[in-house]
Design a protein around this ligand. Structure first.
Ligand SMILES: [Zn+2]
Length: 252
């Protein structure tokens, strides 16, 4: 089992650090090198790999400095996006080995056109696709692509731990409660989020099991969710409900 630590960056990013048992580690989406270098030094770790999910600068901005400090580091990332200094371009369907664990690469288009995720050791690193109680904005792709990507994630084992790249949980929960005010699991999660944030603790990882109970974007087949968007769409298929939810969230 790999050990995962969170390194906060900027206002609300997390750079996830994946550690094995002998002081070697990898980081996911290092938007900033400084907090990573500080953590590595404090914990006497050597950086063996960088995993990138997509090309936005708050996910890749630290690569150059980390490569300068660790010239041997493997830089794994999306083959179809403009990410500098990749040593291992990958795409959906590929797999990589990390500290003895196999990670599968998932194509997760929508937020960006070449967005990928990594799933292995019961853990999912999904960048800006699925968030706790929410999902990423659809910037480059189509609603249909994002919906397909979320459906891929929903098919993973329910105990999968979800390590997304942002602490957006409190605002996502507020939206989710607007969609499903009577969802008791969601109300309980809101209380947990308030407690964790008051202590400045991450609300992540979440699990797929929990998300299926609380995340409206994974609950497009629920009557409560369908009723909530009835003024926005007459259709009831999952893509139409997802699209209505995503447009509502954009203006929420
Ligand atoms: Zn992004």
């Amino acid at each position: 089992m790999l050990d995962i630590k969170s390194i906060p960056a900027f206002n609300d990013n997390y750079i996830w650090l994946i550690k094995n048992s002998d002081q070697r580690c990898a980081v996911v989406d290092p938007g900033d090198a400084a907090p990573v270098l500080e953590y590595l030094q404090q914990h006497d770790l050597s950086l063996e790999a960088i995993l990138i999910t997509h090309h936005h600068n708050d996910h890749i901005g630290g690569i150059a400095e980390l490569v300068r400090q660790f010239p041997e580091v493997d830089v794994v990332g999306p083959a179809n996006e403009p990410v500098p200094t990749l040593t291992h371009p990958v795409e959906g369907g590929d797999q990589i080995e990390l500290f003895g664990e196999i990670f599968f690469v998932l194509g997760l288009e929508g937020h960006t056109l070449g967005h990928i995720g990594y799933v292995g050791d019961g853990k999912l690193f999904c960048g800006d696709v699925l968030f706790a109680a929410g999902c990423g904005r659809v910037f480059e792709g189509t609603m249909e692509q994002m919906h397909t990507s979320l459906s891929k994630l929903a098919a993973l084992p329910e105990e999968t731990e979800i390590y997304c790249a942002h602490e957006y949980t409190a605002s996502n929960v507020a939206f989710a409660l607007a969609v499903e005010p009577d969802n008791e699991q969601l109300q309980q999660f809101r209380d947990e989020v308030i407690r964790l944030r008051a202590q400045n603790q991450p609300t992540l990882p979440t699990t797929l099991r929990r998300e299926k109970w609380i995340n409206p974007f994974l609950r497009t087949d629920q009557q409560t969710v369908i009723r909530s968007v009835a003024t926005r769409t007459q259709q009831t298929d999952s893509l139409a409900i997802f699209t209505a939810l995503r447009e509502w969230k954009n203006e929420f």
